[in-house]
Ligand binder design. Sequence first.
Ligand code: URA
Length: 198
Amino acid sequence: MITIENIKDRIKTIAESYSEEPTGGYITGDGPIPADILFVGEAPGKTEVEEGKPFIGMAGKTFEKYLNSIGLTRDKIRITNTCYVRPITIKEGKNGRTSVSNRPPKPKEIAMFKEVLDDEIALVNPKVIVTLGNVPLKRLTEFKSIGECHGKIYYNEELKKHIFPMYHPSSLTYNRNDDFLKTYEEDWLKLKEALETF
Ligand code: URA
């Protein structure tokens, strides 16, 4: 039987035995089990690892603002990541100082958590999975890019789940223009409408 304790133990074991690339800690998902809505992000950042919860750094603040704007709160939804470790790059500067930055998870880092995420989805048993950005999109659907499918609800035969692809909240930081903001905000309203049909 899958339990959340079992999922947490497996994340810990995988994270602690992985040494091929630098990583900066790991986290597990957060929120009620079961839950009707499961949001799946990319991978945790520094703040998330420090606090032990997904989406509480800068992207998390944006995420929560829009989540609240459609009448939802974090205690009503489950949120997790495609990769449970924080992928990092460590650079040695000429002055001897090291700098640490986030990087996208590598395919093998996504693959090593495949079964864990599948089991978390089974345990949470959501009516809708909302993918945030390209990483969970490619892991959980056949779509190649968020640009082609965002803001609509799809039924995924393989997972037997409804999937609603959204841009990652940090994309607002990279696309600072009114058109993108409008698209992003409209997608949240479309999510609200889609959720009303369940
Ligand atoms: N971005 C993600 O994709 N996941 C987090 O948990 C935080 C930021």
